[in-house]
Write a protein that binds this ligand. Structure first.
Ligand code: NAP
Length: 316
């Protein structure tokens, strides 16, 4: 198949590009700055590169021409004007228009888990759910693969936690530290994304990726400290708001406040998978939380990954 990766220079986009190339697919990447993304593209085995921008629509037509499937990873989390939502929605609409013109048959949007039924989505999940709606409503063969946190050394989900544990001998966590978050290793989630974008039986569906575990935030922080061989005192601060948490995480980790604000908004609820939505990936075999963290933080440790099931579950 000929596959397009929109956001090929990013963390998850790069992982998907590498796996597709290793499986013998032809891979094209759309990036905003080919010079900046050069080493990531080279490492991912992509030499067919289109420079463009999903928000303005530049390069989308060229990038989508002759493509069988497209993988969409665009997220304007680093928007300097903090207009992340406006940018992400505009990009999704541009992509839909270009995909309709090009007659795109299949694709995947990789996104985050939804909050519990009935809960009002915080800013991060609200953004991702609206983008999912635009993409899946506009492109019949487009699927969504939702996941909690990807446990990769360079994953933007895990990195702030690791920096927090490395830099703060006393780790203050708000009352949300008892909420659960699904975590998944990069190898398994990459398999799931590739399956959703290449298996015609999974086209047009909204699915949950499998999990390594669903720890509380406190258990996750403890596991990261243990993996890094660090003794950390975790204290529960009685008061926490997403803004306060974001300011604290930004101060300790050096990540931009706007990014931390989105990230910390996702602490408010449990983010766990719905087993029925994950059923088509039942053949995948994620490692344990301990193994996944060891692999992410201490170096490679291969684990077996089986092919996904062709089961009937997980329909939108
Ligand atoms: N990391 C996790 O733990 C995790 C977990 C669940 C779901 N996800 C989902 O994964 C997706 C990608 O996130 P990531 O973690 O891989 O972060 P990332 O490495 O920052 O990737 C985001 C990508 O979006 C691209 N992008 C931003 N604005 C663009 C534009 N206007 N035109 C074209 N490309 C643009 C970036 O391109 P540049 O290279 O040019 O900056 C980058 O490649 C998001 O939908 C996120 O919700 C991530």
């Amino acid at each position: 198949m000929k596959a397009l990766i929109v956001g090929a220079g990013g963390y998850n986009g790069g992982n998907v590009a590498r796996l597709l190339a290793a499986r013998g697919h032809t891979v094209r990447g759309l990036v905003r700055d080919s010079a900046r993304a050069a080493s990531a593209l080279k490492e991912a085995g992509i030499d067919d590169v289109v420079q463009g921008d999903a928000i303005t629509g530049a390069g989308l037509h060229q990038a989508l021409t002759g493509v069988d499937t497209a993988f969409y990873f665009v997220h304007a989390l680093d928007a300097p004007d903090r207009r992340t939502d406006e940018r992400d929605l505009r990009a999704a609409r541009q992509f839909v228009r270009a995909a309709q013109t090009a007659g795109l048959r299949q694709g995947v949007f990789f996104t985050t888990l939804a909050p519990p039924r009935g809960a009002r989505p915080p800013i991060y999940q609200h953004n991702r759910l609206r983008v999912e709606e635009i993409l899946l409503d506009g492109i019949p063969g487009m699927s969504a693969v939702r996941a909690g946190m990807v446990l990769g050394a360079r994953s933007r989900g895990l990195l702030p936690y690791v920096k927090l544990v490395q830099r703060a001998p006393i780790v203050p966590l708000g009352p949300w530290c008892a909420n659960r978050i699904a975590v998944i290793d990069p190898a398994t989630v990459t398999e799931a994304i590739v399956a959703a974008g290449t298996d015609a039986a999974l086209a047009g569906r909204s699915l949950d990726a499998p999990v390594c575990a669903q720890p509380t935030h406190q258990e996750l922080v403890r596991a990261i400290a243990t993996t890094l061989g660090l003794r950390r005192l975790i204290v529960r601060s009685p008061i926490a708001t997403p803004r306060l948490d974001a300011a604290l995480i930004a101060a300790v980790t050096g990540e931009p406040y706007g990014f931390c604000r989105y990230l910390s908004s996702g602490n408010e609820h449990d983010y766990v998978i719905d087993p029925a939505r994950s059923e088509p990936f039942g053949g995948l075999n994620p490692p344990s939380l301990r193994e996944a963290l060891r692999h992410a933080l201490r170096g490679p440790r291969p684990h077996p990954v089986r092919e996904p099931n062709r089961g009937p579950g997980g329909r939108r």
